[in-house]
Design a protein around this ligand. Structure first.
Ligand SMILES: Nc1ncnc2c1ncn2[C@@H]1O[C@H](COP(=O)(O)OP(=O)(O)OP(=O)(O)O)[C@@H](O)[C@H]1O
Ligand SMILES: [Mg+2]
Length: 458
């Protein structure tokens, strides 16, 4: 669509000249000679940009500008002022004009100003659109599940979203949706118009992590040629997500604590306190309490973070979510790979529900994706499902013989014995008398085998 421009000037020659030039440039052009005419034109038509003369016969240009901005904040207005009018030009800018140009002007100058203005406007629109998309994508409602545990997590996230500064600790095994929860927290809070800055504390070396988080002053170290803002500064007004905080070193932990307590910090090599307004969300799959006891994590920071904990439940504790998520991932992949897979065979469903999912939802997502790539039918069957899942599946139905085809041909007997022992012990909660009975061996033999394969209860 052509961008549209409204020319507002009572000078007929000016109107015509501008109109000709701009039409040639490919814009859609309207023109009027009065302030009241400008207002009604701007209300009736979709206008992207207005060239507005400051002196009009009826209403003052500045008044017209203010009235237009009342009903359309997005319209770009370029004021055309007389040379001596610097003061009014300044008030025009304050009232929301995009820019001004002094009469008489070069047409080339005006053309550039218009181009730059329209470009800025389309960039702003693009950023707004992306932001809206992000918000929709990461709302709380995108944490799927029907289990009471997931309901609770969503409710909790909703409540924390209403608080403003409280920092949050998200705990949970790998793949349980910690990052998903962090997104939902940020995008569901009043901070959602401000940035969410994420950093993975385990992926970056300590020295780099410090300057990423806090920024540095010019000359702080050899490579610091310029000052650089850190995430805490860039996220001002928004949220900082510290992923894998359990891997952060104690020195940085103490700096984080200070940010949490005073909302202030200094850049590396800096002497000035910088004040920010941020919420910190930290996530970990480590047991921080034990780390505190063993001296690997600062107690004071732990207690500070522990005030608000979101615990992401492991998938095996909420089997009712497994098929729901599986179907969701099928839909997603159908779209992605342009397939039309309807679901799972009954045996496949059984396998999915019975498996213990040590890698949680991420593992489930991967298993489904792989199965969908492998199948050319409408239903996913056990054939498309990895070996590990069948292992535990068989456990529950210990009476049925495993099908020879389900055991990988290249699996050694030792390895089979190890896997089977592990499964039986886990299933029977490490009750060794029950396990030895089930396996048909003596307790002494069982003990010897546990030792041989270094099996341990976890
Ligand atoms: N409840 C859920 N509904 C829909 N998708 C989910 C859910 N939980 C997790 N996922 C999906 O599972 C994958 C893993 O989630 P996420 O990255 O948030 O986990 P994590 O706990 O941060 O994992 P890690 O500890 O490995 O970093 C993502 O693709 C995510 O979208
Ligand atoms: Mg993660």
């Amino acid at each position: 669509m052509k961008p549209s421009i409204l020319i507002v000037d009572d000078d007929g020659v000016m109107q015509e000249t501008l109109s000709d030039v701009l039409k040639k440039r490919g814009y859609e052009v309207f023109s009027v000679g009065s302030g009241s005419g400008a207002l009604s034109m701007a209300k009736k038509n979709v206008i992207d940009l207005i060239l507005l003369d400051m002196r009009l016969p009826d209403i003052d240009g500045l008044e017209v500008l203010k009235k237009i901005k009342e009903f359309d904040t997005e319209i770009l207005v370029i004021m055309m002022t007389a040379f001596s009018d610097v003061q009014t030009a300044v008030s025009a800018m304050k009232s929301g004009a995009y820019d001004y140009i002094n009469k008489p002007f070069e047409l080339e100058e005006l053309k550039l100003l218009i181009e730059k203005g329209l470009e800025t406007k389309s960039l702003i629109n693009e950023v707004r659109r992306l932001h809206r998309e992000q918000k929709e994508k990461y709302q709380n409602s995108h944490i799927y599940g029907v289990s009471p545990q997931i309901h609770y997590v969503k409710e909790l996230i909703g409540m924390i979203g209403k608080t403003h500064k409280t920092s949050v600790l998200i705990q949970g095994e790998s793949g349980t949706g910690k990052e998903l929860a962090a997104n939902a927290l940020h995008y569901g809070s009043q901070r959602n118009d401000k940035p969410l800055m994420k950093i993975n504390c385990s992926a970056i070396p300590d020295s780099l992590l410090e300057s990423e988080l806090f920024g540095y002053e010019k000359g702080a170290f050899t490579d610091a040629k310029n000052t650089k803002k850190g995430l805490f500064e860039l996220a001002d007004g928004g949220t900082v997500f510290l992923d894998e905080i359990g891997d952060m070193n104690p020195f940085l932990q103490s700096k984080i604590l200070r940010v949490l307590e005073n909302q202030t910090f200094m850049r590396v090599g800096g002497e000035r306190e910088i004040k920010v307004d941020i919420r910190v969300i930290a996530a970990t799959n480590k047991d921080l309490e034990t780390m505190v006891k063993e001296g690997f994590f600062r107690k004071d920071l732990y207690y500070r973070l522990k005030v608000m904990v979101v615990e992401m439940p492991p998938l095996r504790d909420r089997p009712e979510d497994i098929l729901l998520l599986s179907n969701l991932f099928i839909e997603e992949n159908n779209r992605e790979y342009n397939k039309n897979i309807k679901g799972f065979s009954e045996e496949a469903k059984k396998l999915l529900v019975q498996y213990s999912w040590p890698g949680n939802v991420r593992e489930l997502r991967n298993v489904i994706e792989r199965a969908m790539i492998l199948t050319d039918r409408e239903l996913i069957t056990p054939k498309h499902i990895p070996f590990e899942l069948k292992q535990t599946g068989k456990m529950v139905h210990a009476i049925t013989e495993p099908e020879a085809s389900e055991i990988p041909f290249d699996m050694s007997l030792d390895n089979m014995e190890r896997v089977h022992l592990g499964n039986v012990l886990k299933k029977l909660e490490w009750n060794k008398s029950k396990a030895s009975k089930s396996l048909g061996i003596s307790r002494a033999t069982l003990r010897a085998k546990i030792k041989k394969y270094s099996l341990a209860e976890n």
